[in-house]
Design a protein. Sequence first.
Lengths: 92, 492
Amino acid sequence: MKHDISLAVRRFIGENFLFRDDGDAITHDASLLDAGIIDSTGVLELVCFLETTFGIEVQDDEMLPENLDSIRAIANYVDRKLDPRKKLELVA
Amino acid sequence: MRVESFLLESARRFPAKTALVAGPQRLSYEELAQRASAFAAHLASKGLQRGDRVVIFLQNSPEAVTAVFGTLLAGGIFSVVNPGTKSDKLAYILNHCAAKVLVTEPRLQAIAHDARERAPAVATTVVAPFNFQPAALPNPGIDLDVAMIVYTSGSTGFPKGVTMTHANIVAAATSITTYLESKESDVVLSVLPLAFDYGLYQALMCAKVGATLILEKSFTYPAVVLEKLKNERVTGFPLVPTLAAMLLQMKHLTPGMFPDLRYLTNTAAALPRAHIERLRDLFPQAKLYSMYGLTECKRCTYLPPEQLAIRPESVGIAIPGTEAYVVDEQGERVPPGTTGELVIRGAHVMKCYWNDDAATSRVLKSGPYPWEKVLHTGDLFRTDTEGFLYFVSRKDDIIKTRGEKVSPKEVENVLYELAGIREAAVIGVPDPLLGMAIKAIVAAEEGVTERDVIRHCAARLEDFMVPSIVEFRGQLPKSENGKIARKELAAA
């Protein structure tokens, strides 16, 4: 599942922020902000993409670099949001 | 008085006080002054002479602030360039001001290197982080010397270098800190790039009054910034309308969350009335300053906060110690209610556009004294009967997006470099978040796609200049003399 999320996110970033067909140029852990790939309006587009693609709701206080600043972080975050058991653990 | 004395004087008065917080770093005034002196010593050791230009191509960071003050301490002239700038434009700027030194950082080094290859005057590249030793420095100069060049979008499509002396900056900073009632107990949080004069002046004015600056790289993660706003007990928060819109999108904000906030400022474009009301609800104790300005004089007007409820659409009155008035085509002052061009008079008005006498003479014209120049802003205004100013429109085609000025011509020049583009026009279309969104209307050969156009622009222009909308047409409307009728497209 996490792999599928990564692929979708990579494709979205490639198409929308790098204007290439794939996001292969970015490593899994690279900071999207430091690499100049994402900026303040870009992060809003990313959040909108995650909400519509994965049917999750990103809360204001979840809009953090820990959750969104690399492809791995995004995949982990979306995975946590999608898995009800993990979500319960998070809440607990 | 020269600008570096803001820092030196505060370091003398409050050596241990926090001057700058950037990410995990906290620098006292003494530390910041030492770093700036060491940077100056390094420039001097590389042969920097009084009046030489130093281009600072860095993200918001302690190094960027150090380089600004360090350049002045060495007698140089600094120009901060937006870190989103691509190599063609950076090369243009380096050549335009014949920069001797380029200051950059590892993340931007590929672009910096590419630009430097094409800028023969650059003798030294300094890469952050710095590790220099202080040394005795000669007297850097007097306040009539040029302190900085700010590159700003010009209607010709090429950036123009607004040239400011130390005396210009001291006058502007003194006026603004007067009406903001800035003091040493202030803590200002800025997410604005130092390449934008509004961002740069946050650093200069904090140093002037001995306040603390919390310098953020961007507003990408609003929750992180708001956490700092709270934890650092921020008293001053400068905004542009896009930042305000992003802030107001946050769902968890409650009135009174930021009890230390003393004031908010807004400039670059007017805030929508609904946003003014919501900001006042969220920050009930904070004064909200609506302001208006041009890089050419830093700031023109401000609306005293108590006037905001009475005339929310007004940009106010001239900043303290200056004059702002409306004139007709002949340069004569017009009565209240009549639309004309806004003219600015004061010690904050720039000296020239660097190396561009023709452009300079179009905006700096004779004032009341033979030796004085006043600034013709190119913006149309009117006043009410009590003398408060109202923005009507611009005389040129400059588009305001995300608080930045975009010259349609600059984007069009880049569009024409794409193979298959026959005709191109760039206009602004209203957007709730951006103010204006950039729209490209092109006539192109078969096979050119929207993505081709956006990809091409993104590789050559700063992000805020890249069109978000591309429309294809068979041909574009022309005026009688055959020029593309951009105004007609914008009105459609």
